[in-house]
Design a protein around this ligand. Structure first.
Ligand code: NAD
Ligand code: TYD
Length: 341
């Protein structure tokens, strides 16, 4: 992309990947300003951003990506040069319990953002997921040309958003890049996803619920490697292109759970096999050679090191996830910002 970047609108920046991405951008691009738009759903947590509270290059705005007026206002007042869309409902199990909000946020919300990107003529990076490809058999990997066969309401809503974003490129000439990454792990992940849930449960001596036979395979990538990929897609991605990110760490869930138990010096007796997830994808594996080649991107965090650092983070930041689990973190916004309004 040719336009120089000074200000980026990141959506969903109070969530897991968004928060880690905002930190990376502030660190790696010292002349950029970040506008962080997040609705603060159950998954958004301002406590994950406390260290950025007084950073003049970071401005947090509580709001919905589906609010066109607000998005237009933010783009024009801050002279936003690009949008990185991470805001989403992101948990497969929740999408099975209630699909409606997934369509509202992931599909309709993204479409509103795309309209505003089009109006302002700014680059749009849609952070999609490898789950758009559906499930793999025992061999092979997803490439950017694999068929899109999402299984869950979550992945179907992400597929819709991904394709609508690409349609804005073809139909309106909007500068759009799409990224599709595999399962992330790292600090500040909401303890409903596999790795943080298992760590938190083990630290509280609760059972570790493994779905079905535990032999489903995910291709794990450290969140910092994904964030570096999003930055590379923003700066080097070709308009209208899709880039897969993955780190070649394919492991069955049961292997991950056992590794976590070892790192926490707990026994396998905490494992509890529970009923499988409906429509459960069996295996994901990513071919990220296009991103390696065209974006000069490569994952940097070795899995064993990343996993052990992640366990340490949850051990050392027990207050963060205990407040998430008890719901107390939701008072933080009112306490911190109520007094300032
Ligand atoms: P997350 O659930 O931790 O965070 C999502 C954030 O979006 C939250 O802060 C939430 O408050 C915010 N949000 C939700 N609805 C909103 C709305 N209408 N307006 C503004 N903000 C809203 O999710 P995550 O794991 O950080 O995922 C971020 C993005 O990356 C998602 O788009 C997800 O589909 C994608 N992704 C995630 C993974 C993964 O492994 N976690 C892998 C590939 C892609
Ligand atoms: P999850 O973290 O929800 O990510 P996704 O479904 O988007 O890949 O789940 C990762 C894998 O772990 C998935 O195969 C489902 C499984 N899983 C369990 O076995 N038990 C659990 O309690 C959870 C949350 C997930």
């Amino acid at each position: 992309m040719s336009r120089p970047i000074r200000c980026v609108l990141v959506t969903g920046g109070a969530g897991f990947i968004g928060g880690n991405l905002v930190r990376l951008l502030l660190r790696e691009r010292p002349d950029w300003t970040i506008i962080n738009l997040d609705k603060l759903t159950y998954a958004g947590n301002l406590e994950s951003l406390v260290d950025l509270k007084d950073n003049p290059r970071h401005q947090f705005v509580r709001g919905d990506i589906a609010n066109a007026e607000l998005v237009e206002h933010l783009i024009s007042t801050h002279k936003v040069d690009a949008i990185l869309n991470l805001a989403a409902e992101s948990h497969v199990d929740r999408s099975i319990l209630g699909p409606g909000i997934f369509v509202e946020t992931n599909v309709a919300g993204t479409q509103v953002l795309l309209d505003e990107a089009r109006r302002a003529n700014v680059r749009f990076v849609q952070v999609s997921t490898d789950e758009v490809y559906g499930s793999l058999g025992p061999t092979g990997k997803f490439t950017e040309l694999s068929p899109l066969e999402p299984s869950s309401p979550y992945s179907a809503s992400k597929t819709a958003a991904d394709l609508i974003a690409l349609s804005y490129r073809r139909t309106f000439g909007l500068d759009v890049v799409v990224t599709r990454c595999s399962n992330n792990y790292g600090p500040y992940q909401f303890p409903e996803k596999l790795i943080p849930l298992m760590i938190a449960n083990a630290l509280e001596s609760k059972k570790l619920p493994v779905y079905g036979d535990g032999q489903q395979i995910r291709d794990w990538i450290h969140v910092d490697d994904h964030a570096r990929g999003i930055l590379a897609a923003l700066e080097k991605g070709k308009s209208g292109e899709v880039y897969n990110f993955g780190s070649e760490n394919e492991h069955p869930n049961l292997f991950i759970v056992r590794e976590l138990l070892k790192l926490l010096s707990r026994g396998d007796d905490l494992i509890e096999y529970v009923k499988d997830r409906p429509g459960h994808d069996r295996r994901y594996a990513i071919d990220a050679s296009k991103a390696r080649r065209e974006l000069e991107w490569a994952p940097q965090v070795p899995f064993a090191q990343g996993l052990s650092r992640t366990v340490d983070w949850y051990r050392e930041n027990r207050g963060w996830w205990e407040r998430v689990r008890s719901g107390v973190y939701r008072n933080y916004y009112a306490q911190n910002y109520g007094a300032r309004g």
